[in-house]
Design a protein around this ligand. Structure first.
Ligand code: GUN
Ligand code: FE
Length: 441
């Protein structure tokens, strides 16, 4: 007989950008990792009458200070850079890459080191409530495989990218075009043979500064041939944008470089997009590619203000990225706050700029991220038929930053969590119905 759990209690989720749906007394029925029933009231008999009769449920009741929210999507994070989180922000992007990032990533040809760090990253991001993440790894396939093993062991939903880079980088941490392609094909073959529905490969040219056109074009062909996702960086920093113009004089913009290479698809996630021009936004919209907004990184590396309101108004799909270690925090909660702050700061500079509010950043962190990955039919909110990727939040637990006084509405509880809470308030994490993190004794 199939197992079924019915969760009894409050939950919050998004169906649209502008508005969070709060259900004070609800039910969510989960079986085989999927949501098989949802109710906005607590009529258990009514819900049970809709469930397949072979299912005999177990009940889990949340207490007054608890609620469920969908797991967070981190659209952009560099797993190997985790040890550098918080370091080196006296430099800006190109100098920071050279001094801090490339030397650290080079260490991942040591599998023992890679495993230790990768285990810690997955443990930390899960603890912070990231149920789905788009990861950059390093150029080394073997350590990418190690990372995949760690993800499968921990049960996180993830996209894993073997980084490609063949120019404009230190010779000791660089590839030739042929080795870069051969290693990518090796990783594609490995991923084809793993029996896991949660972990997928994503083609990962680092950015236009470190990939020449033949490499990017071949990677785009590989993505097309195998129907793969693609991720890279775009228009993050002024020096970077100018340099890209210099090395690709035949292209009309940074976006045009990726478009000429064939890298802009519906399954492409582009990190940053701070300095995109109107024609570039139009082109991205046409191609259906999405943007990972990384506000902590944009501030830490002094890259600039990313105008998310403008991206959304152009109809682009946007989600949030921590961009560890460009961003210092692996937590999407911190990222939501930074996104609101950045947007408010932009509104001080532009009279008609309406800043992002908590409804909107919560959407970006959940359903928005799912849409950016074309996964809105599978994750992002508590809809019947979707996978149960969920966080059990408790405002009233010891040693957390929240002083909990009763008599808050559910919407207020969520706001307290978003502004004052942290990973300690995330008591349980479910991915596809599996309890992958449990802090409740
Ligand atoms: N652009 C190219 N590589 C990187 C990286 O590792 N981090 C960030 N933030 N930007 C990049
Ligand atoms: Fe990045």
């Amino acid at each position: 007989m199939d197992e079924c759990t019915i969760f009894i209690g409050p939950y919050v989720h998004s169906f649209e950008q502008k508005h969070i749906t709060c259900v004070e007394n609800g039910l969510i029925a989960v079986s085989n990792g999927k949501i098989i029933g949802v109710s906005d009231n607590q009529d258990i008999d009514a819900l049970r009458s809709t469930l397949p009769c072979s299912v005999s449920p177990k009940f889990v009741t949340l207490n007054n200070s608890e609620f469920f929210c969908p797991g967070f999507v981190d659209l952009h994070i560099h797993a190997p850079q985790f040890p550098n989180a918080g370091l080196g922000y006296d430099l800006t992007l190109l100098q920071w890459l050279k001094k801090y990032t490339f030397p650290l990533e080079k260490k991942y040809n040591d599998i023992k080191f890679a495993r230790k760090i990768y285990r810690a990253v997955v443990d930390r991001t899960l603890s912070c409530g990231t149920t789905t993440a788009c990861y950059f790894c390093t150029i080394y396939v073997e350590s990418c495989i190690t990372f995949v093993e760690e993800l499968i062991e921990a049960g996180q939903r993830a996209f894993v990218g073997k980084v490609n880079m063949n120019t404009g980088c230190p010779p000791e941490y660089s590839e030739t075009t042929s080795s870069s392609i051969a290693d990518t094909e090796k990783f594609i073959d490995f991923m084809k043979n793993i029996k896991n529905s949660l972990v997928k490969l994503i083609i990962t040219p680092r950015f236009a500064v470190t990939c020449d056109m033949p490499l990017m074009t071949t990677l785009a062909e590989l993505a097309k041939k195998h129907d793969l996702y693609i991720q890279t960086h775009i228009s993050e920093n002024k020096d970077e944008v100018n340099y890209v113009k210099e090395i690709f004089p035949e292209c009309s913009s940074y976006t045009d470089v990726y478009d000429k290479a064939g890298l802009l698809t519906k399954k492409t996630v582009l990190a940053h997009g701070v300095y995109l021009t109107n024609p570039e936004l139009k082109l991205l919209k046409e191609r259906g590619s999405s943007i990972a907004h990384c506000p902590i990184s944009n501030t830490s590396l002094q890259s600039g203000f990313c105008n998310v309101r403008m991206l959304l108004n152009e109809g682009l799909s946007v989600g949030l990225g921590t961009d560890v270690a460009g961003g210092y925090s692996p937590s999407i909660i911190n990222c939501m706050r930074a996104a609101m702050n950045m947007s408010i700061h932009i509104s001080f500079l532009h009279d008609n700029h309406i800043p992002l509010n908590y409804h909107e950043v919560f959407y970006l962190a959940t359903l928005g991220g799912a849409k950016a990955l074309q996964m809105e039919n599978l994750i992002g909110n508590f809809t019947m038929g979707k996978d149960f990727d969920a966080l059990r939040i408790d405002l009233n637990c010891q040693d957390t930053p929240i002083d909990y006084f009763n008599e808050l509405t559910l919407s207020e509880k969520l706001q307290k969590f978003l502004y004052l809470g942290d990973d300690r308030n995330i008591r349980q994490v479910y991915v596809k119905g599996n309890l992958v993190k449990n802090k409740i004794q």
